[in-house]
Design a protein around this ligand. Structure first.
Ligand code: AMP
Ligand code: ZN
Length: 463
């Protein structure tokens, strides 16, 4: 069998992956905070860990892999959104959770085996906090419970930071009741208008980090195989998870392999809600970028490299996939993915190399291996996606529009009234279509950023 190698953040090395129990391979990935649509950056870990999930299932068998990804449905950002919109918290979290699942399914992501919600594990969080207090790793102060960072020797080891660097970092919140500025909140008090649970420390709610320690223990055990997430979570979130779990369960290892994806960027900066430089997965889907195209663009860059989304990459992905689907549609029956594709993924999820192998299969017209490799990578379900046919329809409708524009133009030349043709031309340009007019007639050339939804509006105007 091929050997899976993964880059382990904990050791900073690419290591051979050896599961604790090959009959029960366990992975936990930090999921979204549900208060708004997922932006494209949030989708990157979903696609990366979906790929790892598929690979683990391939290597160990579907029934021997357990993948858990949580929903953070208690958070101050959610509370703020409820206060500003006047809506119920459960309305917001319920709707956003549904959106997330729908959007990620469009990207070909399989559902994890368990998708626990933080609010359903508050009792388990309280139990861990009690253990931490009993062990001298946490203390109560001003109705809060804080984790005593200096009580855990290994703090900072994952991200490779010294305590002093962390104190200097802007992300450490100073509060008068903390023994040490590094200490972080496990529990905080809730006023009557905020979500709260009864606890030994009064009515309150958990801090963010404790939920992952509680849910991973409940669903995967004190020690499991892989913990994943974006590298923006390494500090403080993952350092805090490790500290909590290892102090609550002395002698356990928590996660053996830490896998972190690099960030999706916009002009060199991390795409983030707070930076305002984001667009949502739904925005892209609504603009006519199919989920398979978005997934392909992700897979074309290795998960440990920063990447940008560009309209050009999307256009190239679409053209490539159209060609591959045409070839794959000629291959029927059952089969297995190409070994070279699987091998590329076994090498620390080298998905860009896997895509290169698909190009080779396409050049060789090896349609069976191509089809089963596309399915393995989550780029194809049972058949050719329906948008591939609509590409033909779009080309036809462009031809029809071209003809109508040519008629309008010759009418305008006679009447000298160019207002209608000018208006339609600027609509087409704003939809991302280049309009060329000369003696020979009108040519419409859709550019890489062509917006299909807008194009349909122009089409309606022309009728
Ligand atoms: P959040 O809802 O911000 O906690 O993020 C949910 C997941 O998305 C985490 O695993 C983050 O690491 C990841 N994430 C957030 N922004 C980006 C980005 N720009 N690129 C890649 N992953 C991201
Ligand atoms: Zn987490």
């Amino acid at each position: 069998m091929n050997t899976l190698r993964l880059h382990n953040t904990r050791t900073r090395k690419k290591e051979v992956f050896i599961p604790i129990d090959p009959k029960n391979v366990r992975m936990y990935v930090c999921g979204p905070t549900v208060y708004d649509r997922a932006h494209l950056g949030n989708a990157r870990p979903v696609v990366v860990f979906d790929l790892l999930f598929r690979l683990l299932r391939h290597a160990y068998g579907e029934e021997h892999v357990k993948y858990v990804r949580n929903f953070t449905d208690v958070d101050d950002k959610i509370n703020a959104k409820a206060a500003e919109s006047g809506r119920e918290i459960s309305d917001i979290t319920g709707e956003t959770t549904q959106w997330f699942l729908e959007d990620m399914a469009e990207l070909g992501a399989l559902d994890p085996n368990a998708m626990p919600k933080a609010t359903e594990y508050v009792d388990e969080m309280i139990l861990i906090i009690e253990d931490l207090i009993a062990g001298g790793h946490a203390y109560e102060a001003s109705d809060h419970v804080l984790f005593r960072v200096r009580s855990f020797d290994g703090y900072g080891r994952l991200s490779g930071r010294s305590l002093n660097d962390m104190i200097a970092g802007a992300r450490v919140e100073v509060a008068p009741f903390k023994e040490d500025p590094l200490d972080f909140v496990l529990w905080k008090p809730s006023s009557a208008d905020l979500p709260g649970w009864d606890s030994p420390w009064g009515r309150g709610r958990p801090g963010w980090h404790i939920e992952c320690s509680a849910m991973s223990r409940e669903l995967l055990g004190e020690t499991f195989d892989i913990h994943g997430g974006g590298n923006d979570l390494m500090f403080p979130h993952h350092e805090n998870e490790i500290a909590q779990s290892m102090c609550a369960h002395p002698g356990s290892g928590f996660a053996n392999y830490w896998v972190h994806n690099e960030m999706l960027q916009v002009e060199g900066k991390k795409m983030a809600k707070s930076a305002g430089n984001f667009f949502t997965v739904r925005d892209l889907l609504d603009k006519g970028h199919p989920g398979e195209v978005i997934r392909y663009v992700f897979l074309a860059t290795h998960y440990r490299k920063p990447m940008d989304w560009t309209a050009l990459k999307a256009e190239q992905a679409r053209r490539t996939l159209e060609k591959w689907y045409e070839q794959a549609s000629r291959a029927n029956g059952r089969g297995v993915p190409c070994n070279a594709v699987v091998e590329a993924l076994f090498d620390d999820l080298n998905s860009s190399r896997a895509i290169g192998e698909l190009h080779r299969l396409s050049r060789q017209d090896d349609i069976f291996r191509l089809r089963h490799s596309l399915q393995f990578l989550g780029l194809m379900r049972d058949g050719v996606p329906s948008w591939v046919h609509s590409v033909d329809a779009e080309a036809n409708s462009l031809l029809a529009m071209q003809e109508k524009m040519a008629n309008l133009r010759s009418m305008a030349l006679k009447s000298k009234d160019y207002s209608k043709i000018d208006r339609l031309k600027s609509l087409l340009v704003s939809a991302g279509v280049e309009v060329r007019m000369d003696k020979s007639g009108v040519k419409l050339l859709p550019g890489p950023g062509c917006d299909s939804a807008k194009l349909r509006e122009v089409e309606r105007e022309l009728h």
